[in-house]
Design a protein around this ligand. Structure first.
Ligand code: NAP
Length: 163
């Protein structure tokens, strides 16, 4: 499977509030940049808006929306149809990163082989959450254990167990 999810969540799977991020850790942003650089990234319309409708550099930016999006900048395109996109890409060798937000994580979760989850040891007020998932279905590797601003977080890699 070609889809990898990448997200940063709180203890209760908190993701964001008022269409913005709630966690800002320098080393997490670095991990995100280094992991996704040179790859295709997929996001929902709200996340695209939260980026100020500017593509993340050095990556092919793909956006999901039911409404047609016009005048998209360079290195940016709309995914015409979710089901077709999944069908055409789920078995490619290329790693495609699903970068959010909540709605997009939920629809890609069944197809993602890998979840890169930065799990923050803190609770924050949020209005969007990462979908519940069964940790027993995955092998867990902790890639980094870090502390910033007196807050601990682990960058974890969950790999779906072969059935
Ligand atoms: N913590 C993190 O790692 C992280 C990462 C990214 C984002 N976030 C946060 O997540 C929040 C945004 O999440 P969200 O759930 O509100 O929005 P979102 O997932 O970014 O985008 C949702 C939109 O995607 C479109 N969409 C969804 N399913 C679709 C489908 N099957 N086909 C076509 N289009 C589809 C819809 O747009 P239309 O209404 O136009 O159809 C929908 O309104 C923000 O707070 C953001 O900061 C957090």
């Amino acid at each position: 499977m070609a889809f990898s999810i990448i997200a940063c969540v709180g203890k209760n799977l908190e993701l964001g509030k008022n269409n913005d991020l709630i966690f800002h850790f320098k080393d997490d942003m670095k991990f995100f940049r280094e992991t996704t650089r040179g790859h295709t990234i997929v996001m929902g319309l709200n996340t695209w808006k939260s980026l100020g409708e500017k593509p993340l550099p050095n990556r092919q930016n793909l956006i999901l929306s039911h409404a047609p999006l016009t005048e998209l900048p360079e290195n940016t395109a709309q995914i015409p149809d979710f089901d077709t996109f999944v069908k055409e890409n789920k078995d490619t060798d290329e790693e495609i990163f699903i970068i959010g937000g909540a709605t997009i994580y939920k629809i890609f979760l069944p197809y993602a082989r890998t979840l890169y989850l930065t799990e923050v040891d803190a609770e924050k007020e949020a209005d969007v959450f990462f979908p519940e998932f069964n940790k027993e279905d995955y092998d867990l590797t902790t890639l980094q254990s870090l502390t910033e601003n007196q807050t601990n977080f682990n960058i974890n890699k969950y790999t779906r167990k072969e059935k």
